[in-house]
Write a protein that binds this ligand. Structure first.
Ligand SMILES: [Zn+2]
Length: 277
């Protein structure tokens, strides 16, 4: 039984790998369905509820996805419609993409999403206009800003913990960083989550919880799919060796690692962690 009193946020970006990583012109594969099933089974095993930031066009192609997530009692939030990077599009196009994603979620679930996560954490200084637009569109929270100096994303001087967005009614829950060896490292998702030894992850969560703050862990259903990238490469899709390595190395660690993490720490959906209704 987890002993930490702090409720942390478990989040899943519900999308298909090839389409969101290789580019929007690639097909959305049905692998997303068994991958989601695996994820839901693991969450059910630990009685953990999570937030699913769901991509509009993937849910539109496979309506069973949101049905499965709702059936299992999780929170549905928005990951936009077309996975377009915010700093590459205009504020008007962003609003259209948001409205389209809300429409898909509302049609399929009967409720409006409260939360939003930008594709590839593309809410940066360059797309800072996005915060007020999210509030206007009816969102109550966002989990889109990474307080790191990344190559493609990141706002290194952004606050590290949940806070109100300036001048609008929106709470931002920044992606978790841990201070290790004098640097802010993004430990709670992506490659770091797979590559770093578990004790470092544990120490990072304890460090943030010890300061009285929740962490947010982010995952994708495809990270449970150990053979996906090699399979697609065999089928002739343009996947470089480097991409294959960075995207699939240690995917086999994800399941046992989450298993262990859920035994040691408490997790819940983001709206519950932020106390937003
Ligand atoms: Zn995404």
């Amino acid at each position: 039984m987890p002993n930490s009193p702090i409720l942390n946020a478990m989040t899943v970006d519900l999308e298909d790998w090839m389409q969101s990583t290789l580019g929007p012109d690639h097909p959305i594969t049905s692998r997303v369905i068994p991958n989601l099933e695996r994820f839901l089974r693991l969450l059910a095993k630990h009685d953990v509820r999570a937030t699913f930031f769901s991509l509009g066009k993937v849910c539109e192609k496979f309506p069973i996805l949101l049905e499965m997530v709702i059936e299992a009692g999780h929170e549905i939030a928005s990951h936009g419609y077309g996975h377009e990077l915010l700093y590459d599009i205009s504020p008007e196009r962003f609003r259209e993409d948001l409205d389209r994603s809300i429409e898909v979620i509302e049609r399929q679930t009967g409720t409006k999403p409260l939360g939003y996560r930008a594709p590839a954490f593309s809410l940066t200084r360059k797309s800072w206009w996005a915060g007020p637009i999210l509030a206007q569109a009816g969102f109550k929270y966002s989990s889109s800003v990474f307080p790191i100096r990344g190559r493609r994303y990141g706002v290194p001087d952004a606050p590290r913990f949940p806070h109100k967005w300036p001048e609008c009614d929106l709470t931002e829950f920044p992606l978790t960083t841990a201070q290790l060896l004098g640097r802010n490292l993004p430990v709670c998702g992506g490659g770091y989550f797979r590559l770093l030894p578990f004790p470092i992850l544990r120490r990072a969560i304890r460090q943030v919880n010890g300061q009285g703050h929740p962490v947010v862990v982010y995952m994708h259903p495809y990270e449970m799919d150990v053979y996906e990238v090699a399979d697609l490469k065999r089928q002739g899709y343009p996947i470089s060796r480097k991409l294959q390595l960075t995207q699939s190395l240690f995917r086999s660690r994800i399941y046992p690692r989450l298993d262990r993490m859920f035994k040691e720490f408490r997790f819940g959906p983001m709206a519950e962690v932020l106390n937003i209704e």
